[in-house]
Design a protein around this ligand. Structure first.
Ligand code: ADP
Ligand code: MG
Length: 265
């Protein structure tokens, strides 16, 4: 069953007399347990689509069913309630509060849910454990690396057990190796049952998903299954091997240089 059903979604921004049609009759089904990547050039409508699917904004026309429920006409407050319960967000810039610990950051989505402080802490610790950051729970964001900060943000997205995780360019601010670690984490969460929708403009990142759609001028042009998704964990292991090899080569080169210098002397 499709957890997300978009039918003929239009989004028109009005600026004075000018209308910008950011989405043009977009229909899209996302099934439970999918790992969908949304690609497209700048201005193609990725953020607009994500804002609508993520219940941050409403379409100008068309219908949106989330988990079987029509959410296209909800008022702001109801939309916020759906968002808080059903959707976990991960952003390119992490969006963590700088003055509080990783654990407190992860607890934030629970503040309005009526859990006790003890229960919130327990849930945050479970989420931090899933992203393998239990040993950094007490650290503030500036005491963590970029990759660790993004893992805290992912734990925060997970803590409410949302039906869907939404990530907008989650590796955009990370070096490629750290980005690969984050993709390995998303693949692990996906294997554990998460539904993931990710916006990216990098094909090699998108190939870690199960399905890729391409947006152009507010329309879907191309919707393809990824036959054999790239395995981030395997790539990390290969990288580790390669680095060891490089290191050995460098060391033997170094010792050869050493030897030849000795023979010259
Ligand atoms: N708040 C807004 N007001 C007016 N036009 C907007 C607004 N947000 C986006 N647009 C326009 O809608 C189109 C799609 O933008 P966007 O969804 O941000 O694309 P992308 O995320 O793929 O770069 C662009 O032409 C952009 O200029
Ligand atoms: Mg955008």
């Amino acid at each position: 069953m499709a957890i997300i059903e978009l039918r003929d979604i239009d989004k028109i921004y009005k600026m004075g007399n000018i209308e910008v049609r950011a989405l043009n009759r977009v229909s899209l089904d996302i099934s439970e347990h999918d790992f969908l990547c949304i690609m497209g050039a700048s201005g193609s409508g990725k953020s607009t689509l994500m804002n609508i699917i993520g219940c941050l904004d409403r379409p100008s026309a068309g219908s949106y069913h989330l988990g079987g429920k029509d959410v296209s006409g909800l008022a702001d407050e109801q939309l916020a309630a759906v968002r808080n319960k059903q959707i976990g967000f991960v952003f390119q810039t992490f969006n963590l509060l700088p003055r509080i610990s990783a654990r407190k950051n992860v607890e934030l989505p629970l503040i309005y849910s009526g859990y006790s402080a003890k229960e919130r802490r327990r849930m945050a610790d479970i989420a931090l454990d899933r992203v393998e950051l239990s040993d950094r729970a007490g650290h503030k964001p500036n005491e963590l690396s970029g990759g660790q900060r993004q893992r805290v943000a992912i734990a925060r997205a997970l803590v409410n057990s949302p039906s869907i995780i939404f990530a907008d360019e989650p590796t955009g601010n990370l070096d490629s190796r750290t980005g690969l670690n984050i993709m390995a984490l998303f693949q692990k969460l996906h294997e554990e049952g998460a539904t993931i929708v990710m916006v990216t403009h990098e094909m090699d990142i998108a190939l870690h998903g199960k399905r890729i759609i391409h947006l152009r001028d507010g329309q879907i042009h191309g919707d393809e299954a990824v036959k054999k998704p790239a395995n981030a964990a395997a790539a990390i292991r290969n990288l580790a091997d390669l680095n060891k090899q490089d290191l050995e080569e460098a060391m033997s080169l170094h010792s050869n240089v050493h030897k030849s210098q000795e023979s010259v002397e």
